[in-house]
Design a protein. Structure first.
Length: 385
């Protein structure tokens, strides 16, 4: 392995045109303008090259189409192996590996236990190979789980201890699973420290919506999709009757948020509820401005709630995963102004008025603490903050 080049970093992150993950990336590029980052991503992210001078994009291998679909699994395995080899070589070229993201360590769960074991093992081995390719590895902003098997957690405990220089989780739940070593830390989500465009606050409610019918992401909750849509319509009607402008917002087209925006927009139109729509299109500033000018954020996406709080909005989090509950619990966010999709009624919108009656949450100290994710990396890159 070559000696570490202090101003050259390979960046491993989830790049699939999701607002939260793209903001993670931009946060790094802005925080370290004199550090050169490299990541593997396709041409749909070339917009980064137009906005930032300190990043290089390496093209991933070409995906090979299968004949009649019969070789799809083999083709997928082959592609994954090629991609892993490319990343490992890029890491060796840079020396430093930075892994940034939220739910990075979710155990693959399949109906058949054999597939769960095989794909979980592949997940562990690929991460071990990648992390061990670097002189120094930093993991920022993540949470662990959900996971089903104790060996999966134990495998990552070994990886974190042997191959990770510094890791900072974003919730106490994850930290408590691995807290035995000093290089394993915890701080509030990185995006609590987001800087927003200066805009005038409006009497507006922004709804971050998702396609709950997307079974690949939401699994059993998909059965509640129609009830979720109905609740959003009822809540929007409540706020509209109180004189608020209504905006539907999608954070991820890859995960079909735009489909949900279109579907719920149609339902609102049928009820003659005035509204407008916004979907993320690689311009993070548009979404940040829309959040900053809102009085209330009704957030299904995890980072809708985080960004709403960071912008000083009143926030009504819609919970579809424990990761949101964990982060909100850590900052002392009231439990009675959250809507849990695992236990809700589509016609009960009493919580909407309750949120309006509450004071905005002061997260000044949380913003400061969120910068602790970068402590280890700041030291290695020679950046004083």
């Amino acid at each position: 392995m070559q000696s570490t080049t202090m101003n050259s970093v390979f960046l491993e992150c989830y790049l699939a045109h999701n607002l939260g993950d793209d903001l993670f990336l931009e946060t790094l590029l802005r925080r370290y303008p004199d550090v050169h980052f490299t990541c593997v991503v396709d041409g749909s992210y070339d917009w980064l090259l137009e906005r930032y001078h300190n990043i290089s994009l390496v093209r991933p291998p070409r995906k090979k189409s299968a004949l009649g679909g019969r070789l799809s699994l083999l083709s997928s395995i082959s592609y994954t192996n090629e991609l892993a080899a490319l990343k490992c070589q890029s890491v060796r070229n840079c020396g430093i590996l930075v892994v940034i993201g939220g739910s990075l360590y979710i155990q693959p769960i399949w109906k058949h236990s054999l597939f769960t074991t095989v794909f979980s093992l592949r997940d562990v081995l690929q991460r071990k190979r990648l992390y061990s390719s670097a002189d120094k590895t930093f993991v920022l902003g993540t949470n662990f789980g959900p996971y089903r098997n104790s060996w999966y957690k134990k495998s990552y405990s070994d990886i974190f201890n042997k191959y990770v220089t510094d890791i900072c989780f974003r919730d106490q739940y994850s930290f408590q699973l691995f807290k035995s070593d000093e290089h394993i830390r915890v701080a509030p989500d990185i995006l609590f420290g987001t800087e927003f465009p200066r805009v005038e606050r409006k009497k507006k409610v922004l709804f971050s919506v998702v396609d709950l019918g997307n079974t690949m992401k939401f699994r059993d909750l998909s059965s509640c999709s129609a009830d979720y849509d109905s609740w959003i319509v009822n809540a929007a009607n409540c706020y509209a009757n109180l004189g608020y402008d209504i905006q539907l917002c999608g954070f991820s087209t890859v995960e079909h948020d735009d489909v949900a925006v279109a579907r719920i927009s149609h339902l609102l139109a049928q009820e003659s509820i005035q509204h407008d729509c916004l979907t993320y299109d690689n311009d993070t500033s548009r979404i940040l401005s829309a959040i900053a000018e809102s009085e209330v954020i009704v957030g299904t996406r995890f980072h809708a709630s985080i960004l709403g709080l960071a912008a000083g909005c009143k926030v009504l989090p819609i919970i579809y995963s424990d990761k949101t509950s964990h982060s909100l619990d850590d900052i002392g966010f009231a439990s009675d102004i959250r809507l849990d999709l695992r236990n809700f009624k589509s016609d009960d919108i009493s919580i909407c008025r309750k949120v309006l009656a509450r004071e905005r949450v002061d997260i000044g100290e949380v913003k400061t603490q969120s910068q602790r994710h970068f402590i280890g990396l700041d030291c290695v890159l020679g950046v004083g903050r």
